[in-house]
Design a binder for this molecule. Structure first.
Ligand SMILES: NC(=O)c1ccc[n+]([C@@H]2O[C@H](COP(=O)([O-])OP(=O)(O)OC[C@H]3O[C@@H](n4cnc5c(N)ncnc54)[C@H](OP(=O)(O)O)[C@@H]3O)[C@@H](O)[C@H]2O)c1
Length: 361
């Protein structure tokens, strides 16, 4: 990182690499371009995007920085990144990153909940090279959070992952910074927008299959909806919260999981008539006193359809919205409601992480 004097006063130059240039990577780049003046004026940050990579076209690097509108135009026209004028090119993102480095890596390749690759290797390499990492990728965060935080500590850098849970809605920073010093006792959340959209429509009288097809056509659900409707995506987020709020690395099979595919329109409507709502709720709850010494308190982790009374703050969170309710020893209940997905919404979480990281540089 360099510090130079510019029109705005002293300016930190942040050399940023974005690996994964799909919806979220492009959304982050777009936000950086749109917020260039704000970042300089309010935070004294000159963010230079020095490298970008995707799977099809590999990794490009330009020491002076890449022009974001040129990059976005290339991908919009389905042109290879390597066509960017006067940029160095590697076929493989990991190789390119290891040669060129930077101050911060934004890792936004696709989530893989089996082995967390390729994100895991990108993040390990960046942290080991002394780069800070910000990520929206749930795989490494869900399966390797403790190892990666330890690696970050070892190399004196930060790993931030706001966008892995509820996109840019500030959940992780609330847990890590806003609730510093509080003992989290329990967390409940609606952490998957696709299933919440489907359940909200079923409560209004629609059939599961019709709503799923509509959600797929509107881009809310994947062509293969298994990760959402069977609860695996919510399990990944539950693992991330277990690591961040309770310091526990749970394995996916330690989370009791039930998806929404067995629910019927009739069940949903009956619950509604009784003044209740059925939601896919992810929950974590300490079962014993907070840990003393090496002993770990036991933690119940579940993702399952749950009937909630209408007075519950989660009951009225409908459509693609997400929500989380955190119970602590000092604040009985803190509830946050907000978007859980989207190009700019997820980019916002990464932007907040980037600003937080830059403040430590
Ligand atoms: N979309 C959301 O609203 C949202 C919200 C929260 C979190 N997230 C997480 O954010 C991450 C990105 O999501 P997305 O929606 O942007 O996914 P996406 O549109 O599928 O983009 C993924 C990008 O990663 C690239 N990629 C895959 N393997 C790579 C490799 N080995 N080296 C370099 N690039 C590679 C892909 O390249 P190609 O373009 O060549 O295929 C693509 O550009 C995911 O982990 C997702 O779970 C997304």
């Amino acid at each position: 990182m360099d510090i130079v004097q510019k029109d705005y006063g002293y300016m930190k130059i942040i050399r940023l690499s974005i690996i994964g240039f799909g919806t979220v990577g492009q959304g982050l780049a777009e936000s950086l371009a749109r917020k260039e003046t704000l970042l300089k004026r309010d935070y004294g940050l000159d963010v230079r995007l020095v490298s970008v990579a995707n799977a099809r076209h590999g990794f490009i690097y330009r020491d002076e920085g890449l022009d974001i509108s040129t990059l976005l135009e290339l991908v919009a026209n389905r042109r290879p990144l390597a066509e960017y004028p006067a940029a160095f090119h590697w076929n493989n993102a990991l190789e390119g990153l290891q040669v060129t480095g930077g101050d911060v890596l934004a890792e936004v390749t696709g989530t893989n909940l089996r082995d967390a690759e390729p994100g895991l290797s990108h993040i390990r390499a960046a942290l080991s090279e002394g780069m800070h990492v910000i990520t929206a990728n749930k795989g490494p965060a869900a399966l390797y959070a403790r190892e990666l935080f330890a690696l970050a500590r070892e190399h004196g850098v930060q790993l931030r992952l706001e966008s892995t849970v509820m996109a840019g809605t500030p959940v992780i920073s609330t847990l890590r910074e806003g609730l510093a010093g509080a003992q989290v006792l329990a967390i409940r959340g609606i952490l998957n927008g696709t299933t919440n959209y489907i359940l909200s429509a079923m409560a209004a009288g629609r059939e599961y299959a019709d709503v799923l097809a509509e959600a797929q056509s509107q881009g809310y659900a994947e062509a293969d909806p298994t990760a959402d409707v069977e609860g695996y995506d919510a399990v990944a987020k539950t693992l991330i919260l277990a690591a961040l709020a309770f310091g526990r690395s749970l394995r996916p099979e330690q989370v009791t999981r039930q998806g929404i595919t067995a629910l019927t329109k009739e069940q949903m409507q009956r619950a509604r008539e009784q003044g209740k709502r059925i939601k896919l709720v992810a929950s974590l709850r300490l079962l014993s006193e907070p840990p003393v010494g090496d002993r770990e308190a036991s933690l119940a982790a579940r993702v399952e359809p749950t009937e909630l009374p209408e007075s519950d703050p989660l009951a009225r969170v409908d459509g693609v919205l997400n929500a989380i309710s955190i119970q602590t020893d000092t604040l009985p209940e803190v509830t946050i409601i907000g978007p859980g997905a989207g190009r700019i919404q997820t980019g916002q979480g990464l932007l907040a992480d980037l600003i937080a990281v830059a403040a430590t540089m």
